[in-house]
Ligand binder design. Structure first.
Ligand code: PHE
Length: 458
């Protein structure tokens, strides 16, 4: 090896790539959010729209991110600078960095609630609580000033700990252990749920579509969620793509990650709804679905003590493998573009984002800080934490728009082809279709969805 040239850290195996990238995609989005928005928007019809969004927008944007990163061998900002020097395209990378800070700040808070619930499950605190008391316990947690912040700090420290190890010895190493664990837990929970008497109602809810519930808001949520769930639009997959070896097939990798993410979201639904219906509870429970409804379900379920622990550990593991990918976007930027050591970059970025998140958490309790948000043709006033969640819903599709336009119109077709075929080594039959989706379908769909989100046409 050339001594003057420091070898760039990267993934060392195919399984490591999938574990890390699927680990990023599979997170609170799949297990906490997907089931509750599916519940709110009426089940199977929503899932169908979501699958269409994934196929025609999610998949091409993911491949675009992978190929930008691997081509440039750089972080989210540096990649645009390298491929299109002297142009303002790097601003798309900046948008990604900002989105990373926004998302990780609230993500850490919700992940902190999850750790608190692992603790509550282990110490058997749900047992004997009525549904009302469980609702009160969740409300009490998120509106107490200190407790959520302490757990959020624990979670952010874990995240920083993994990222400090680097790519091969940190992110790849831990995701290779945590992702198989996650799969085993979710399959066990699925088997438990679908073998409950009365589970079939929940399965029907998930798989037989009722199109009358499919509003414009449902379509919007499906698109926004496709970006969030696949970790797209903010440079996560650009950053991870830059760590993928030159011999790996990017198209199949993107396909595998997309399928894994979708499968886990469906398996999460299958672990939750059959159990919810089996005990005669309403499915459209909103954000409280996993924190209020499920503990109630576990109380009634044979073996519920163990299954509750497994469920909240699952949620925490899913959150951790996602949060490391978000922190890595920021760390890679500071380490590569600003010449700061990875160690200091990790510590400073994690600390700064944790402080922001702690402040957000306080806006549920003692800090009265609300901001206005123009959405769906009206102005909403939201606590800062909710405002940040909404903001991320706007940032990711805009980021995705720039990324697909960049690959579709700015990069040379020959460079795109070179990258997806590994310099002609692998045959790809989809190049034309991919470019058509990246140039036209994804951008038009995002713009329509975005305007609709702002003005509430549908
Ligand atoms: N995909 C993650 C989830 O579903 C969240 C995430 C968003 C991670 C954006 C990275 C980037 O929970």
């Amino acid at each position: 090896m050339d001594n003057n040239n420091v070898q760039r850290d990267g993934f060392t195996s195919k399984f490591g790539i999938i574990a890390a990238a699927a680990g990023s995609a599979i997170g609170l989005g799949n297990i906490w959010k997907f089931p509750y928005i599916t519940g709110v928007y009426g089940g199977a019809a929503f899932i169908l729209v979501y699958l269409i969004c994934i196929a025609i927008i999610g998949l091409p944007v993911m491949l675009s991110e992978f190929l930008i990163g691997r081509r440039a061998q750089a972080n989210a900002v540096g990649s645009f600078k390298k491929i299109a020097p002297g142009t303002p395209w790097y601003l798309a990378g900046w948008l990604g960095l900002a989105a990373a800070a926004v998302i990780l700040s609230f993500y850490g808070v919700v992940a902190g609630w999850t750790l608190d619930y692992v603790f509550k499950a282990v110490t058997n605190q749900f047992s004997g609580m009525t549904p009302d008391e469980l609702g009160g316990a969740f409300g009490g947690l998120i509106t107490s000033p200190l407790r959520p912040i302490l757990w959020q700090l624990v979670f952010m420290a874990l995240t920083a700990g993994v990222v400090l190890g680097g790519i091969k010895d940190g992110i790849e190493r831990y995701t290779k252990i945590l992702m198989p664990l996650l799969l085993v837990i979710i399959v066990v929970l699925d088997i438990r749920a679908i073998t409950l008497p009365g589970a079939s109602e929940g399965i029907k809810f998930l798989f037989s579509p009722d199109f009358s519930k499919l509003s414009g808001a449902a379509v919007m949520s499906a698109l926004g969620h496709a970006f969030f769930s696949l970790s797209l639009g903010m440079g996560t997959m650009i950053t991870y793509g830059s760590y993928i070896g030159k011999k790996e097939n990017l198209g199949t990798t993107a396909l595998q990650v997309t399928i894994a993410d979708t499968l886990i979201a469906l398996l999460a639904g299958l672990a939750i709804f059959p159990a919810v219906f089996a005990f005669g509870i309403e499915p459209g429970a909103g954000p409280g679905l996993v924190f209020i409804t499920l503990p109630n379900v576990f109380n009634m379920m044979p073996g519920g003590y163990i299954f509750a622990i497994m469920f909240f550990v699952l949620l925490a593991v899913a959150a951790l493998t996602s949060s490391v990918s978000i922190l890595e976007v920021v760390v890679a930027y500071f380490a590569e573009e600003k010449g700061i050591s990875r160690k200091s970059a990790t510590i400073w970025a994690a600390t700064g984002i944790a402080v922001l998140g702690a402040f957000e958490s306080l806006t549920y309790s003692v800090v009265d800080f609300t901001l206005p948000l123009y959405k769906g043709g009206e102005v909403l006033t939201l606590p800062f934490m909710d405002w940040m969640i909404e903001l991320s819903d706007l940032m990711l599709p805009i980021g995705g728009l720039f990324i697909s336009l960049f690959v579709g119109f700015k990069m040379l077709r020959s460079d795109v082809e070179d990258e997806v075929t590994n310099g002609g080594e692998v045959k790809v039959g989809y190049l034309g279709a991919f470019l058509f989706l990246a140039k036209f379908v994804a951008p038009v769909a995002i713009i329509i969805a975005f305007l609709n989100m702002l003005f509430g046409w549908l």
